[in-house]
Design a protein around this ligand. Sequence first.
Ligand code: GDP
Length: 197
Amino acid sequence: MIIKDAKFLMSNTKVEACPAPNKPEYAFIGRSNVGKSSLINMLTEQKSLAKTSGQPGKTQLINHFLINNEWYLVDLPGYGYAKVSKSSREEWRRMINFYLQKRENLTCVFVLIDSRHEPLQVDLDFIDHLGTMGVPFVIVFTKVDKQSALKTDSTIAAYKRKLAETWDELPQMFRTSSEKSTGRDEVLGFIEQVNAQ
Ligand code: GDP
């Protein structure tokens, strides 16, 4: 897919205030600092479309971008930031659950996972949650330039083993580096293919 146009539309806390659900929507989510903003900027080839995190966990907003006037890219607030208060965490949980359940044009969630770490419970819990709710999702292993391909292979294999304990079918998985644009064609190709269905 060629990105001809990518623009920020709006930020919301409420699903009802989001843009009309008249285009396929792809949402990006992951732990704070996983590289979500960098990935969005890499995919859209814009330096600062999504803001790279200055204050992780501070703003909890659903950010909509319009791509090629054809589909919505959504930047969802991250999870798992240790310094966030219990009430903020609860607020996040409520907002995200509402979004995942009610956003009728939500086509696929990209769950971002740092490829350097062994499976983390917070990520496994979120993936299980999506599966239980029946929300379509794929996994993106980020920052693969930070280590050898073998190490990334081993992280991915560990996730597959963990997920296979609960799920019969494993989600599609991508590996990306925002530094090197690794995985850009694969992720955009996937979106193009789903949009065409
Ligand atoms: P967010 O909080 O998930 O939006 O994460 P950011 O995109 O702000 O990235 C967090 C940190 O990781 C920043 O210092 C980025 O420069 C760095 N980072 C993000 N993606 C990559 C990547 O693919 N490779 C490398 N080497 N660093 C990355």
